[in-house]
Design a protein around this ligand. Structure first.
Ligand code: ATP
Ligand code: MG
Length: 347
């Protein structure tokens, strides 16, 4: 923590941290599935609460696949026309541009490449993409498309429809998308997108406690016991790992003095946002959970005056959003560090 060393922690969302805590299980599940022969799964949807590391994990998977010769990776922006965006990204990727050129695929309609003499330019984006993917397949190439923060919009509907056609035609295309649970859920339940309905979802898990301990020990050159206390304070929540590390670094390695600031950062950077995105009734239930010390579902229900069948939908939804853990039967607790205090203070 010498002053001349740069703080290795980051408070910036979406940016891959300098010192990531590895997530081998979930990362490899996706990579192994995508690289398995024969292929039987070409898409994954990553969900999780804000700050749970969706973007960072997606970026890490992209990075790993990019290092392999056969993979081309492009990232699409979900708020503009995805098929057109895809064509333009393919055209500016050196590998794909070479394929487009040598296969004489005429994209001049979109202002890309050159028009091919004697051939009509392709004027339909889906058709153009199929032509490119067919050539990629011949060349032993595979395409990973990543989309960060999907919402249920028209661009996604159109893209999903085309993606289904690509997959049905056995083309080597793979999709990795991230989104908040509620957005992914809405998209999956769109009529006409039954294909998406079956897409596997991966819910972000907390970071491994031992892995966090090792990171903190290494970075701060501290004993296991102190690192374990810090890890405990983060509950494995990735953003909390960064905040606590960041503040501790700036405080010359003393984490005890930064706890108030730690809580404040969590509130202002994420909890305010998470809270504002909950429905009124979700908040009532969350408050009931915070006010019940035992964490026992029965006690919470009694405190709230709710029957099991009334309480269950809220419990389930908060679990799916990644805010609540239901791992212990008959109990629930918040997955986010200090969230209970936050809820109690935010009436
Ligand atoms: N594996 C990891 N190890 C350490 N820190 C991580 C890890 N993954 C994410 N983080 C940190 O957590 C914070 C949030 O990560 P990220 O932006 O990926 O979250 P997100 O789930 O995409 O959030 P949002 O829903 O708001 O987009 C960032 O500061 C990032 O540096
Ligand atoms: Mg993100």
């Amino acid at each position: 923590m010498a002053n001349d060393m740069q703080n290795p922690f980051t408070l910036t969302f979406g940016k891959s941290p300098l010192e990531p805590v590895e997530r081998p299980v979930q990362t490899n599940e996706i990579i192994d599935t995508f690289t398995a022969e024969p292929v039987n799964q070409q898409m994954f949807l990553i969900t999780g609460v804000r700050g749970s590391g969706k973007t960072v994990m997606m970026t890490e998977i992209s990075r790993k696949l990019r290092t392999r010769d056969e993979w081309v990776v492009i990232e699409l922006n979900p708020s503009v026309d995805l098929l057109q965006g895809m064509l333009s990204k393919l055209n500016s990727n050196p590998v794909c541009a070479g394929i487009i050129k040598s296969a004489k695929i005429d994209l001049s309609f979109w202002g890309f490449g050159v028009s091919i003499e004697g051939a009509a330019p392709i004027t339909d984006a889906e058709t153009a993409i199929i032509a490119i993917l067919e050539k990629m397949k011949k060349n032993g190439k595979k395409l990973l498309v990543t989309i960060d923060e999907v919402t249920n919009n028209e661009f996604m509907h159109v893209f999903a429809g085309s993606f289904q056609i690509f997959v049905r035609q056995d083309l080597p295309i793979f999709l990795l998308a991230t989104g908040l649970y509620e957005n992914i859920d809405e998209l999956q339940n769109e009529k006409n997108l039954t294909f998406l309905y079956r897409a596997p979802k991966i819910q972000m898990k907390p970071l491994n406690q031992q892995a966090i301990i090792k990171k903190y020990m290494n970075i701060f050159q501290i004993e296991r016991e102190q690192a374990a206390q810090m890890a405990e304070l983060t509950k494995g929540y990735p953003f909390a790992f960064q905040v606590l590390g960041y503040l501790t670094w700036n405080n010359r390695g003393n984490y005890r003095e930064v706890l108030e600031e730690y809580e404040q950062y969590l509130s202002e950077f994420v909890y305010d946002k998470i809270w504002s995105e909950l429905s009124r009734k979700d908040r009532v239930v969350a408050r009931g959970i915070a006010e019940t010390d035992s964490g026992k579902i029965k006690d919470i229900r009694e405190h709230l005056g709710m029957e099991t069948n009334q309480f269950n939908p809220y419990r389930k939804r908060l679990i799916k959003k990644g805010i609540l853990s239901g791992e212990m039967r008959g109990y629930v607790y918040f997955t986010l560090p200090l969230f209970e205090d936050y809820v109690l203070e935010n009436d």
